[in-house]
Design a protein around this ligand. Structure first.
Ligand code: DX5
Ligand code: ZN
Length: 217
């Protein structure tokens, strides 16, 4: 069964605590927090202050997805705010090894992220040092986009590398995830599923978390 990570990008910001408590009690293991800088992606979202505010209200794993150019500038701030996992895009820095090292030095789990157009080979040299790989299943920047099925073969490739190279990391998918699209990704080796609009645009977010889990039993 896959772990579910609702993305607060699609939550009700005015009633954020209510939405977070709902998915927490509804069986989600991880809370996905999308950081957008208006440069790596067109939109702006929120910063470390949000992570700091959320930290005391839930025990869920706080998974910070940095869609930020030169993420090195903000890693310490997100770590100090209480992030459990920090993800950096390989496309956003010429120094991905250093960025991941910075995350690990803060005692936080390190995640590397690849866009749909980026091959697995681009992150192969750093796979030994990560706790999680995030395979984007849409081009990052917005919620509510359509899942790109061609990304699934990269999940399978990563799963194979885990076995052949004796590596140990979670494989997370993000973008267009619902109870249908999650199935092939899960079969290919995904272990964590981010879901934003599918969970929070529903009248009953808990039933959507359950539907994702039921589809991956
Ligand atoms: C997209 C973000 C996602 C987003 C997913 O750039 O990284 O985490 O919230 O939204 P849905 O699940 O609606 O595609
Ligand atoms: Zn995300």
């Amino acid at each position: 069964m896959i772990k579910v990570a609702p993305s607060i990008l699609s939550a009700d910001y005015v009633n954020l605590q209510k939405d977070i408590e709902k998915v927490d009690q509804g069986g989600a293991e991880v809370l996905h927090i999308d950081i957008m800088d208006g440069q790596f992606v067109p939109a702006l979202s929120y910063g470390p202050g949000w992570v700091k505010a959320i930290r005391p209200i839930t025990k869920m794993i706080l998974d910070v997805h940095m869609m930020v150019e030169q993420p090195e500038r903000f890693i310490d701030q997100f770590a100090d705010a209480g992030a459990d996992i920090i993800g950096v895009h390989v496309e956003a820095t010429p120094h991905i090894h250093r960025a991941l090292q910075m995350i690990k030095n803060k005692g936080v789990k390190a995640e590397v992220v690849i866009n749909p157009g980026t091959p697995v080979s681009a992150i192969k040299p750093v796979l030994y040092m990560v706790d999680q790989v995030l395979v984007m299943t849409v081009n990052p920047g917005f919620g509510g986009q359509k899942f790109l099925p061609e990304t699934v073969k990269k999940i399978a490739e990563l799963d194979e590398l885990k076995k052949t190279e004796g590596l140990n990391f979670d494989i997370e998918i993000d973008g267009g995830v619902n109870d249908h699209t999650v199935v092939g990704a899960y079969q290919a080796g995904a272990t964590v599923a981010v879901a934003g609009s599918y969970v929070f645009d529903a009248d009953d977010p808990v039933s959507r978390i359950k539907a994702i889990k039921d589809a991956t039993k």
